[in-house]
Design a protein around this ligand. Structure first.
Ligand code: ZN
Length: 404
C-alpha cells in the first residue's frame, strides 16, 4: 500500500475548539511518551494497555479515537527515541513541541466534492474545516482509486493521507541510466537502436549546502558562549536549508520521471547504500551525501506511485571500467574517461553506461540490449536545469508545502 500526504491550507482560521483539541492532543502525546518511557514500551497497544484508563480520566471529554491516535503518535516518538539511543546519538527525553493532532480515517469525514472536513472534538460536538482546494488537490480528491488515510491537523494547514495499491510497473521500451553526482545526474537514454547522453543539473544544491554550512559554522563561533541560542539558530538554519534543497530535489525528480513516463523508460540508479558516511569526520562530504540519497528516495517513491520501473545496481567500479573492452582503470581520471582501446567519454556518462550494463547483465532492464558503439557522442538531452525552476521559485520566507 502506498501512502501520499497532501497538504491543504484552511480557508479560515482553525476554530477555537479545534485549537484546544490540538493542545489536548499534544499533552496526551507527551504524557503517553512519559508513560511509555517509564514502562519501557513503545507499541500503541502496549501504551493503550498501561495508560488508557488514566488518560480517560485526564481527558474525559476528548473523542476516544483521538486518544488512541495520540498513543500511536507517542509510539512513533518513542521508537525514534529508542533508535537514537541505540545508535549512540545522545537523545534527551523526547517531547513534542509542535501543536498537532492526528486522526485515523474512521475518526473524521472528508467530503471530497466540497473539501469540507468534519472533525469530531468530543462526543456530540464536531467542527467543520474548509480546505483550500486547487487543481493540484483536485487530482487527489477526484481520483476515487485513492482511499483516505489519516488526517494530520496543524495550526495553519492539514495533511490528508491518500492511499492506493502500488500499480504494476510497465514493461519498459527504453532505459534511462543515471550516475548520481554532487551537482547533476548524468547518464544515457537508450532505446533499441540508439543511445544518447542525458543530464539533469542542480548546481545550486551544493551551493546552498555550502552556504548554510558556512553560516552554521559562523553562528556556532559567534554564539559559543550561549549554547542554547546557537543550537536554536542552527536548527533554524538547517530547516531552511532542508526546505530549499528539498524543493529543488522534487523539481529534478519530477523532470526525470516525466521524461521516463513519456517514453516508457525504466530508470537505472546506483545503489548508494555502500557509501558509509564517516561520523563527524569529513563533514563536507557527509553534507553533500544526503541530497543524493534523498533524490533517489524521491525518484523511487514517485516512480512507484506512477508505475515506472526503477532498478538499483551496485556501482562498484562503475567509474573505472571501460564498457567496450572491460579494462578496469586503477587511477583517478580527469573529466574524461580514456581507454587504451580508443574509447573516450565524459567520465560520469561512462559510469552510467556501466550501471546500465550491470542492470542488463542481471536481467533487470527488460529485454533491452545496448551496444556502446551505437552511442551518439554529439547529442545531449537536458532533463532539468535550474533555469527551469527559476520562474516558479517561491521566496524563502513562504513555507513550501512538502509533498512527501
Ligand atoms: Zn577499453
Amino acid at each position: 500500500m502506498l501512502v501520499k500526504g497532501v497538504a491543504f491550507y484552511l480557508a479560515s482560521e482553525l476554530p477555537f475548539e479545534a485549537k484546544s483539541l490540538l493542545e489536548d492532543f499534544r499533552l496526551a502525546v507527551n504524557n503517553a511518551v512519559r508513560a511509555g518511557l517509564q514502562a519501557r514500551v513503545t507499541s500503541r497497544n502496549a501504551l493503550c494497555r498501561i495508560a488508557y484508563k488514566d488518560f480517560r480520566e485526564q481527558h474525559p471529554r476528548m473523542y476516544a479515537q483521538h486518544l488512541v491516535s495520540a498513543f500511536e503518535v507517542a509510539g512513533g516518538v518513542l521508537k525514534n527515541h529508542r533508535r537514537r539511543v541505540r545508535k549512540g546519538v545522545t537523545s534527551r527525553i523526547p517531547f513534542v513541541k509542535r501543536l498537532m493532532m492526528k486522526a485515523e480515517n474512521q475518526a473524521f469525514k472528508l467530503d471530497r466534492k466540497t473539501g469540507i472536513i468534519d472533525l469530531p472534538i468530543r462526543a456530540g460536538y464536531h467542527v467543520e474545516l474548509r480546505l483550500v482546494v486547487s487543481q493540484y488537490h483536485r487530482k487527489y480528491l477526484d481520483d476515487m482509486s485513492l482511499s483516505l488515510g489519516s488526517l494530520t491537523v496543524l495550526p495553519g494547514r492539514v495533511i490528508v493521507a491518500f492511499r492506493k495499491d502500488a500499480p504494476k510497473p510497465y514493461t519498459p521500451d527504453s532505459v534511462i541510466s543515471l550516475d548520481t553526482n554532487e551537482r547533476s545526474l548524468d547518464g544515457v537514454f537508450v532505446t533499441d537502436d540508439a543511445g544518447m547522453a542525458v543530464k539533469a543539473e542542480f548546481p545550486d544544491i551544493a551551493t546552498i549546502q555550502q552556504r548554510h554550512h558556512d553560516r552554521r559554522k559562523r553562528l556556532q563561533k559567534k554564539k559559543a558562549h550561549d549554547r542554547r541560542t546557537s543550537k536554536n539558530l542552527c536548527r533554524r538554519e538547517g530547516l531552511r536549508e532542508h526546505r530549499r534543497v528539498d524543493y529543488r530535489l522534487h523539481q529534478v525528480a519530477n523532470s526525470v520521471l516525466k521524461f521516463a513516463e513519456e517514453r516508457k523508460s525504466a530508470i537505472v540508479l546506483e545503489d548508494l547504500k555502500g557509501f558509509k558516511s564517516k561520523r563527524s569526520r569529513e563533514l563536507n562530504r557527509r553534507l553533500s551525501m544526503w541530497p543524493r540519497r534523498k533524490l533517489h528516495q524521491i525518484i523511487e517513491y514517485k516512480a512507484q506511485w506512477k508505475g515506472i520501473p526503477v532498478v538499483k545496481v551496485d556501482p562498484r567500479n562503475s567509474s573505472r571500467t571501460c564498457p567496450i573492452c572491460g579494462r578496469i582503470k586503477d587511477f583517478r581520471m580527469g573529466t574524461e574517461f580514456k581507454c587504451e582501446c580508443g574509447w573516450r567519454l565524459d567520465k560520469h556518462i561512462n559510469a552510467s553506461i556501466n550501471l546500465l550494463q550491470t542492470a542488463i547483465s542481471k536481467g533487470m532492464a527488460g529485454g533491452l540490449r545496448f551496444n556502446p558503439g551505437a552511442f551518439q557522442h554529439d547529442v545531449m538531452m537536458i532533463l532539468y536545469e535550474p533555469a527551469m525552476a527559476a520562474r516558479s521559485e517561491p521566496n524563502g520566507t513562504s513555507s513550501i508545502v512538502g509533498v512527501s
